[in-house]
Design a protein around this ligand. Structure first.
Ligand SMILES: Nc1ncnc2c1ncn2[C@@H]1O[C@H](COP(=O)(O)OP(=O)(O)OP(=O)(O)O)[C@@H](O)[C@H]1O
Length: 599
């Protein structure tokens, strides 16, 4: 709850001007409501009681019209300011969510279901709208206008004022009781929606595997179960909303009835009240209760929105906690890192020359009781070609991610050109690195757009064609009717594994990196594709330090240095002929590969 008010009050303090404007509009709106009732009562009094001529009330009618126009304009402005506040708050919240998704570390980004995150970023943020566009303006009105009406009523007839004062608290009391329940239900609804979205997206992405394993029916039942859960949560909120409306209407009708009865008694039986006063009060009372009633409905929407905002807040808090934990993890070795940092001050990244990399006793774990990686001290000279080898699950990809800066060491340091990279150098560092994974991500767009992503700058078609040529993509592009303009990725033409890697290489050719991280394909590619890839990689790595998670014997044999990993530890490093002689585990691996014919 404290975090909810934290996020809301953060938005509120950003919108102080709009809130002041809302308060002023509400105050003037209250005054126009009373003025309208006074003028109307006066006109009716003059025409029907005093039998005055129509021409004598023309000025009053003109004034009445002007007040009504002003009231309408104020009402419109109130809505406009509320909508403006909501739009600004949503923009801020959505950008905070996107920032947290973009800038948190890779493990925390991967944590949780993607569909759930999408529904929070889109639906939950949208739901926050009502808090600012409905709840806030209505609450502001409720804080001012009913008090003004109450003061006028007390001035006109104190008994009626007391009736209002006694009946009015039932409405906020009822709102609070209902609102508490609504907020919990709304949080439940968003948990259900996140689960539903997550299950649905998972099932869509894994549809082929599910069909092959005969699990499609089971997954269908899962989707049905989570969609029913979401339906039930939504229906229970609607049930509360309907009960809320019914109860509020009943309270309002009963209260107006009591006031009307009292006025009738004063006017007709005791004859202690003038018609003008009674009629004026009768005009003001429905306004009074209708405002409170609207506040009740807005309160319900506000609490629903608060449940959604709570979900957004939880997501932001989780990413904050993760990054704080990562910071604490890094500071566990604070003392020795401090010494290292004083020795290795920040480096300047030079785009033109290859960089050297050193790992100084790097330790890493994904979480407590999970896989642990430790490197000891290793150094890769500028321009060297390194092969990381080891059994599946030994930590090769994790090591590559640590070198790339996608994961932060739990302790120890990754040095670039013998210096620690500062936070501000991260983007300069990423401009130097190309990471070619086994399954490069293809964005929905044309081939040209997908290749030019690598450049990080405006590039000409000639440059893109050149990169495609160097990566061996030209044959494929020539076969396509729309060539470089063919749409690929989600919703477009599919690409084979080898084609995707060549596209990733074309991105790298445009970028001309000084560090290449390459996750060699484990699957067998045809001889031609294999040759094209090898030739392109060799060309690309001429002016770069290249670190490959290697599966091909020829990559391993040609490497300047091989890093052999086993169970998360770097067991040994050296050239092929050195390791073959002194490391039986390595010799066995090479033997298996030769027998398997992978070489
Ligand atoms: N995000 C993660 N959270 C927790 N554990 C993880 C995560 N990613 C990988 N691991 C674990 O870390 C260990 C090393 O994984 P890694 O991907 O680095 O191995 P690898 O040597 O590259 O394997 P392969 O050759 O099969 O790709 C594995 O036991 C894996 O289960």
């Amino acid at each position: 709850m404290s975090r909810i008010s934290g996020l809301i009050s953060e938005q509120m303090s950003l919108q102080r001007k709009n809130r002041t404007l809302l308060a002023m509009i509400s105050l003037v709106l209250g005054i126009t409501m009373i003025a309208q009732a006074v003028l109307l009562a006066e006109v009716v009094q003059r025409i029907f009681v005093e039998k005055a001529s129509f021409s004598s009330v023309i000025t009053l009618l003109g004034l009445l019209l002007a007040v009504m126009v002003i009231r309408t304009l104020l009402f419109y402005s109130n809505g406009k300011v509320g909508l403006h506040m909501a739009a600004r708050a949503k923009t801020n919240m959505r950008s905070a969510v996107l920032q947290s998704l973009i800038y948190t570390s890779m493990p925390s980004t991967l944590r949780g279901q993607t569909g759930g995150k999408v529904s929070i970023a889109l639906d939950a943020v949208d739901e926050a709208d009502q808090y600012f566009s409905q709840y806030m303006p209505r609450m502001m009105e409720a804080a001012m206008i009913p008090i003004l009406i109450l003061i006028v009523t007390f001035y006109l007839h104190s008994n009626t004022g007391w009736i209002l004062l006694c009946t009015a608290p039932f409405i906020p009391l009822f709102m609070i009781l209902v609102g508490l329940k609504t907020k919990n239900k709304s949080e439940e609804k968003y948990t259900q929606l996140a689960e539903f979205s997550g299950t649905f997206l998972d099932s869509l992405q894994g549809l082929v595997s599910l069909k092959i394993f005969g699990r499609a029916n089971h997954q269908q039942q899962e989707i049905e179960r989570s969609s029913l859960g979401y339906r039930d949560a939504t229906m229970s909120i609607l049930k509360i909303a309907f009960t809320n409306t019914f109860m509020l209407e009943s309270i309002v009708m009963l209260s107006i009835g009591i006031v009307a009865l009292e006025l009738a008694l004063q006017l007709l039986v005791f004859k202690s009240m003038a018609f003008h006063t009674a009629f004026l009060i009768l005009l003001l009372i429905p306004e009074f209760y209708s405002l409170l009633k609207n506040t009740g409905t807005a309160f319900h929407s506000g609490r629903t929105s608060m449940g959604a905002i709570c979900k957004v807040d939880q997501m932001l808090a989780e990413s904050q906690i993760t990054s704080e934990l990562e910071d604490i993890g890094q500071s566990t070795s604070a003392s020795n890192q401090q010494i290292m940092k004083s020795q290795h001050t920040s480096t300047t990244l030079d785009q033109s020359t290859p960089l050297s990399i050193e790992l100084e006793d790097v330790h890493f774990h994904y979480g407590t009781d999970s896989f642990e990686l430790q490197t000891g001290n290793i150094s890769f000279q500028a321009g060297e070609h390194i092969a990381i080898v080891g059994k599946s699950g030994s930590g090769k990809t994790t090591l590559l991610h640590l070198i790339a800066g996608l994961l932060k060491p739990t302790s120890g340091e990754v040095l670039v050109n013998r210096k620690v990279l500062s936070e501000s150098q991260q983007s300069a560092w990423f401009r130097q690195v190309s990471y070619i994974t086994q399954h490069p991500y293809i964005f929905a767009g044309t081939i040209a757009e997908n290749i030019s992503i690598g450049a990080g700058r405006q590039v000409s078609t000639a440059e893109i064609e050149q990169a495609a040529e160097e990566a061996g993509l030209t044959v494929l592009i020539d076969q396509l009717q729309q060539g470089l303009e063919t749409v690929i990725g989600d919703g477009g033409r599919g690409l084979s594994g080898g084609e995707k890697q060549r596209l990733a290489l074309a991105r790298a050719f445009l970028k001309r990196p000084t560090i290449i991280l390459f996750d060699e394909p484990t699957v067998g590619l045809d001889l031609h594709t294999e040759q094209v890839l090898q030739r392109s990689i060799a060309l690309l790595s001429q002016k770069a330090t290249m670190i490959t998670v290697a599966h091909r014997l020829y990559t391993i044999q040609d490497a300047d240095q091989i890093v052999f990993m086993d169970h998360g530890a770097v067991v040994d490093t050296g050239r092929h002929d050195e390791l073959i002689g002194r490391l039986p585990l390595y010799a066995e691996m090479v033997n298996v590969q030769q027998k398997g014919g992978i070489a």
